[in-house]
Design a protein around this ligand. Structure first.
Ligand code: BTN
Length: 231
């Protein structure tokens, strides 16, 4: 069971759970905020995240006391691997497109948005937002690149069960070795989009601090590039 003491707030509609949960920052209270749908769901790199009813959308605010800033990638590992383990528990095989998209059959099923707050050389808090396509219809503008648990398995899932399983699995602590095991990218040919250009490369590995190692010797952080698997 997920048994961390924290507020769990459930909303019908909100613009973004990642934005809404910031009110708990002022109270320094650990919290989870879940919404049935979002009207302005946020994605990485300023993108939006379509959040129609039937999906699972929540954010979690966690405080840390002894996590060095240089190890902040561990938060991402816990969440990405936790999503994969949860999907597995419901019979859905998935993999992680570096750094933190979860894919099923090559299509995105879950996005993770992380905002960390720092105090000196340590992580003070993290706000992690998860958007998992469960029973929601996939909007037609993203149907070639996105999927859902329902689409993958041909049946509906109990959102409450998926939610609590996910909270549990992201709370147990995972490691970089597990992350690499589930990688959809390591050893694969990828197209790298960087500084307005694009080039083809092979992804060799992910470093312990979460950067991508390319076959040309470059070691890049997620902020420096976008990628597509295959050419
Ligand atoms: C991405 O893939 O770009 C990240 C998407 C993260 C979406 C989730 S849904 C719950 C939380 N609230 C938001 O506004 N975004 C995150």
């Amino acid at each position: 069971m997920f048994n961390e003491e924290c507020v769990i707030e459930r909303l019908k509609t909100v613009d973004s759970t990642n934005k809404y949960i910031e009110k708990y920052l002022k109270k320094r209270t650990p919290a989870v905020v879940r919404a049935d749908k979002q009207t302005a769901g946020r994605g990485t790199k300023g993108r939006s995240f379509i959040s129609d009813e039937g999906g699972l959308y929540f954010s979690r605010l966690t405080y840390y006391t002894a996590l060095p800033a240089r190890e902040a990638f561990k938060i991402m590992i816990d969440y990405a691997v936790g999503v994969v383990k949860t999907l597995k528990a419901f019979g859905v095989e998935s993999s992680i497109k570096w750094p933190n998209d979860v894919l099923v059959n090559g299509k995105k099923i879950c996005g993770i948005l992380i905002k960390n707050g720092f105090c000196g050389d340590f992580v003070d808090y993290s706000i992690v937002g998860i958007g998992l396509n469960v029973n929601n219809q996939i909007a037609k503008e993203i149907k070639d690149i996105a999927t859902s648990m329902k689409k993958a398995c041909g049946k509906e899932f109990d959102l409450e069960q998926v939610f609590f399983s996910l909270l549990q699995n992201v709370s147990v602590g995972s490691n970089i070795a597990e992350y690499r095991t589930y990688s959809a990218v390591i050893g694969k040919k990828i197209k790298v989009f960087r500084d307005g250009g694009a080039f083809d490369e092979t992804a060799l590995s992910v470093t312990d601090d979460g950067r991508l190692v390319l076959a040309n010797g470059e070691v890049l952080s997620a902020a420096e590039l976008d990628l597509k698997i295959g050419f």
